[in-house]
Design a protein around this ligand. Structure first.
Ligand code: PMP
Length: 381
């Protein structure tokens, strides 16, 4: 028997309380009972975004939420800047191009973080850009981008700054209001410790002004429709049928998040990341990311080894789902997710199993060295 465990950067494992909430009977979404839950969730999620602005809940995956941002904050033919530093940065570009926006890429080599100089240059060269799209934690490379510093630049410009925090929310430090970010989108299957299926979006005051002024075609994605239902009725509501079970699960997950505290959640992720990074380095492996994210550790595959073989053995023989590289990084890196419902024991277990897998693949490591390095980080904490 092999137990299945997820150590991927999403979907992540789901705590029993949250799983149980998903098994509750379906409520009709127009009942006072459901709307009271939606009201609670819509209020409590603001803390996770660190915003006082309304947070919209859309029945969509993360990509749907990204598309909704482009639809609402820009119009066809308008210029959109995109930080393209990995598969998910590039996804912004593809969405915007698909929606006939004029895309200008700020291309960053995979594994590196964008610099503030690159952002300044792009903003100065494109004063007509209505939107800059970036990624908090670029899941494909394992890089965390300097969101606070970028927002300080966009704040002083007319370009709105939208952040994909799909794998970053409730893991990486993020203070939407304090940092002056204009739009944040997240999904449920990562730091929020839930199944996939909801996109959560918050906008700054100036972004709401832009939404109301923008004449771009939309219907299902209309933020104005969502806001009207969220704020104009006696109890919050949604324009279309919401994902009722996921909203109930979000209620359960927010109870856990509020009990732990967002600062403690950020600190836990930092600790898990530090231990994972130390373990990889103690095994003589090279980290792929120059500015590693606290939600995922990306590691270069050892010389002569296809990272896909490591991933397959981890899953087949140890029941642990880690992931390989995407796009141009296919076969070259493997990634360990340590976000959401994840603790120190998960990290120790994963490193120990990985040591066995690497040994069996003939990689010259000393088993135990990685575990020892992780233990030492935990013992010091
Ligand atoms: N952005 C990032 C940073 C992600 O990690 C993901 C999911 N891996 C997405 C966007 C896309 O989200 P979804 O798969 O829910 O559409």
């Amino acid at each position: 028997m092999i137990k299945k465990r997820i150590m991927a950067p999403g979907p992540t494992e789901v705590p029993p309380e949250v799983l149980a909430a998903g098994g509750m009977p379906i409520l009709h979404h127009r009942t006072p009972e459901f709307r009271a839950i939606f009201a609670e969730v819509s209020e409590k999620i603001k803390y996770v975004f660190q915003t006082s602005q309304p947070v919209l809940t859309l029945a969509a995956g993360g990509t749907g939420g990204m598309e909704a941002i482009v639809v609402n904050l820009s119009a066809p033919g308008e210029k959109v800047l995109v930080i393209s530093a990995g598969v998910f940065g590039e996804r912004w570009a593809k969405i915007a191009e698909g929606l006939e926006r004029k895309v200008v890429r700020i291309s960053v080599p995979y594994g590196k973080a964008v610099t503030t100089d690159e952002i300044k240059k792009a903003i100065d060269a494109n004063p007509d850009a209505v939107l800059l799209c970036g990624t908090l934690s670029e899941t494909s490379t394992g890089v965390e981008h300097p969101i606070q510093e970028i927002a300080a630049i966009t704040k002083a410009s007319r370009t709105l700054f939208a952040v994909d925090a799909i794998s970053g929310l409730a893991a990486c430090k993020l203070k939407m209001d304090e940092w002056s970010i204009d739009a944040v989108v997240s999904g449920t299957q990562k730091g929020l410790m839930m199944p996939p299926g909801l996109a959560l979006i918050a906008l700054s005051e100036r972004a709401w002004v832009a939404v109301k002024a923008k004449k771009s075609p939309k219907f299902y994605w209309s933020f104005e429709s969502a806001l009207a239902k969220l704020t104009e009725e006696k109890l919050p509501d949604t324009p279309w049928t919401p994902n009722v079970s996921l909203v109930r699960q979000l209620q359960a997950s927010l109870l856990l998040i509020h009990a732990e505290g967002i600062e403690n959640i950020w600190a836990r992720h930092e600790l898990l990341a530090k231990a994972t990074q130390a373990a990889m380095q103690a095994l003589g492996l090279t980290l792929f990311a120059e500015h590693p994210s606290v939600s995922v550790t990306s590691v270069q595959s050892p010389e002569g080894i296809d990272s896909g073989d490591i991933v397959k053995k981890m899953r087949a023989e140890w029941g642990i789902s880690i992931v390989g590289g995407q796009g141009s990084m296919l076969g070259k890196i493997f990634r360990i997710g340590h976000l959401g419902y994840c603790d120190r024991t998960d990290v120790l277990m994963t490193v120990a199993a990985l040591e066995c897998v690497l040994s069996e693949l003939g990689v010259p490591i000393t088993t135990g060295e990685g575990v020892k390095a992780a233990q030492s980080i935990f013992l010091k904490s």
